[in-house]
Design a protein around this ligand. Structure first.
Ligand code: NAD
Length: 247
């Protein structure tokens, strides 16, 4: 165990998978900074109720000044971050001709610019400590030929490239950079949006493990990548999708 609790910043932690990741890293003993454009009060309340430590910080990961405020807050309260989970995302669905430039920019800016800005802001404290974990979030859609997801899949491909490139840069500093690629996961929001389409069942039947993925399926992989045990794993994308994608 580290001598003092580690600090994990999780973006997009107001709901969905990010909230489950906050709960898991807190139960692993980390102090969680739940950062989102929307209030993370419910996430903080759930972490606290479970006996963990968390604070909420409003942050737009696409806005350099907002990310600088997050950095200042984390530096001031905790002396920096040890773990950064780049989880925030925006979605836009439609064919190429239906999508607007604003749709494209929204998805790419949250999904890609966000990684760049948060990493630039929070990696320096990891370098100072000689220990750090950057964990990005891709998607198994990068390996599936699903229509209607051009900006999203483009952004997720960039996340994998960013992971590899940054891993090679930060290895000498004791910082690993990895990526988790979930499959279609049942959250309140994804269920509300997609349950009627039958997509959950279609995915499940194609998986080696034929049931719908839930956020609990993703927490162990994050916990491992954020741990000391994962010190020699870097630049990797771990697909957690019940065996739908086979490389
Ligand atoms: N749910 C799935 O089926 C699924 C599948 C594969 C990959 N993923 C990936 O897992 C991650 C979490 O997915 P989810 O379904 O829980 O997402 P979600 O849409 O439920 O939550 C995303 C969060 O990001 C926040 N956010 C959006 N823009 C932001 C910004 N500019 N700055 C800060 N926060 C911002 C939102 O407010 C929201 O709380 C994403 O990276 C997603 O691409 C999800």
């Amino acid at each position: 165990m580290p001598s003092k609790p580690r600090t994990a910043v999780i973006t997009g932690a107001a709901q969905g998978i990010g909230r489950f990741w906050a709960l898991r890293l807190a139960s692993d003993g980390m102090t969680v900074v739940a950062a989102d454009v929307r209030p993370c009060d419910e996430t903080v309340a759930q972490v606290t109720a479970a006996g963990g430590r968390a604070v909420a910080v409003l942050c737009d990961v696409t806005d350099e000044a907002s990310v600088k405020d997050l950095q200042d807050e984390v530096d001031e309260q905790f002396g920096g971050a040890d773990v950064l989970v780049n989880n925030a995302i925006a979605y836009a669905q439609g064919s190429l001709m239906e999508l607007t430039l604003a749709d494209w920019r929204r998805v790419v800016s949250v999904g890609v610019d966000g990684l760049f800005l948060t990493s630039r802001a929070l990696v320096p404290s990891m370098k100072r400590r000689g220990w750090g974990r950057v964990i990005n979030v891709a998607s198994n859609t990068f390996d599936l030929m699903l229509p209607g997801l051009v900006p999203y899949v483009t952004a997720k491909g960039a996340v994998i490239g960013f992971t590899r490139a940054l891993a090679s840069e930060l290895g000498p500093y004791g910082i690993t950079v990895n990526c988790i690629a979930p499959g279609l996961t049942r959250t309140e929001q994804s269920w509300e949006a997609l349950a009627e389409t039958g997509l959950f069942d279609r995915m499940a039947t194609m998986q080696a493990i034929p049931r719908t993925e839930v956020p609990e399926d993703l927490v162990g992989t994050l916990s491992f990548l954020a741990s000391d045990d994962a010190a020699f794993v870097t630049g990797q994308t771990i697909v957690v999708d019940g065996g739908l994608v086979r490389h």
